[in-house]
Ligand binder design. Structure first.
Ligand SMILES: [Zn+2]
Length: 167
């Protein structure tokens, strides 16, 4: 199971169970996870400098992902917006019901909020248990080609994979 990080602890129990259910299959099916959480996801023609957005709607929440960015990037953005939903619903409310993330994942919310969302997003796309299994398989000094293999398995960029492994 996913380790008890600070971000993970902030998720309410119902949502946590929903997320955990989705972490056993790689690459994690983020669209299905979002739907299970009651979030609508749309690929959207957002402005060039915007990666994603989460907004409260009349019936729930909606995430928009910039359709012009790479597939790996879209996956991380979706995980980032899901993370905002999981632990920052109060923040979304305070910001008037919409959080819009630019390409640096800055939204006007505080740095610590964005940092939390990035950390939780990493834990969702690259689940702890799968990472531990990789360390068992490859050892602690993972080669360049093994990192590439893992990145592909998780559906993330090599850079995201390296950052996660350094954390
Ligand atoms: Zn954000």
């Amino acid at each position: 199971m996913t380790s008890a990080t600070r971000e993970w602890q902030k998720i309410n129990e119902t949502d946590r169970e929903t997320v955990a259910k989705h972490l056993n299959e790689l690459p994690v099916k983020l669209g299905a996870l979002a739907n299970d959480l009651g979030i609508d996801v749309k690929l959207s023609s957002l402005p060039l400098n915007i990666s994603g957005q989460i907004a409260k709607t009349a019936t729930g929440f909606e995430i928009k992902i910039n359709r012009h960015e790479s597939r790996q990037r879209q996956r991380f953005t979706l995980a980032h917006e899901i993370a905002h939903f999981l632990i920052h619903r109060d923040v979304i409310e305070r910001m008037g019901g919409t959080l819009t993330d630019n390409v640096l994942y800055r939204s006007g919310a505080s740095e610590s909020i964005e940092y939390e969302a990035n950390r939780l997003a990493s834990q969702i796309v690259m689940p702890e248990h799968a990472l531990k299994a990789a360390y068992l398989r490859f050892g602690e000094n993972i080669s360049e080609s093994a990192v590439e293999l893992l990145a592909e398995q998780f559906g993330v960029s090599k850079a995201a994979m390296e950052i996660r492994m350094a954390a």
